[in-house]
Design a protein. Structure first.
Length: 182
């Protein structure tokens, strides 16, 4: 749900024609997080045989969705804060700064304010990320959306096999099986 919301924000804005990249920070090993986000120069670390372009550079002009931002290592939080404040990144092993124009949408299931109070998340980064907050309650708290989602995905699947019209065919009593919109 979080990435779908981020994609919807991206598509509805002026950056829609530019790249959208979604990154699950919880799935990136802490030792590789900086290189994944900001890139790395050839020889910056063992195995860096060529220059690696990071998500920020690939997403220049577009939107970068950082899911589970609370899982980001502390040293990478500092680099992210710099990227947000100065619109500059420094690839691992590089002496050169690179300008970037990236809209960052961050999401987390954890309580970042509590993590900041306990010193596990940087308060200045939390402040910077909190410009606009959107709360997405879990589906279990939005039972009325289950039917809408079912109809949406059913229509998608039937459309893929050329059978979407079946949902609009009259049932035994003459009414459509499902309404066009729930």
């Amino acid at each position: 749900g979080k990435e779908l919301a981020a994609r919807a924000i991206h598509r509805a804005g002026p950056r829609a024609s530019r790249p959208f990249i979604g990154v699950n920070m919880g799935a990136i090993p802490p030792t590789l997080a900086a290189a994944e986000l900001f890139g790395a120069e050839r020889g910056a670390f063992t195995g860096a045989e060529r220059r690696r372009v990071g998500h920020f550079e690939r997403c220049d002009g577009g939107t970068l969705f950082l899911d589970e931002v609370g899982e980001m290592p502390g040293e990478v939080q500092v680099l992210l804060l710099r990227a947000l404040e100065l619109k500059e990144i420094q690839p691992v092993g590089s002496e050169r700064l690179r300008s970037v124009d990236v809209r960052v949408i961050a999401a987390s299931d954890s309580d970042l304010a509590s993590a900041a109070a306990k010193g596990r998340f940087r308060a200045p980064l939390l402040h910077r990320l909190s410009g606009y907050e959107i709360e997405l309650p879990p589906l279990r708290e939005r039972r009325e959306d289950v039917a809408r989602l079912l109809v949406h995905f059913l229509r998608e699947e039937l459309r893929a096999v050329g059978e979407e019209h079946k949902l609009d065919d009259p049932g035994p009593r003459g009414e459509a099986w499902l309404p066009a919109e729930l």
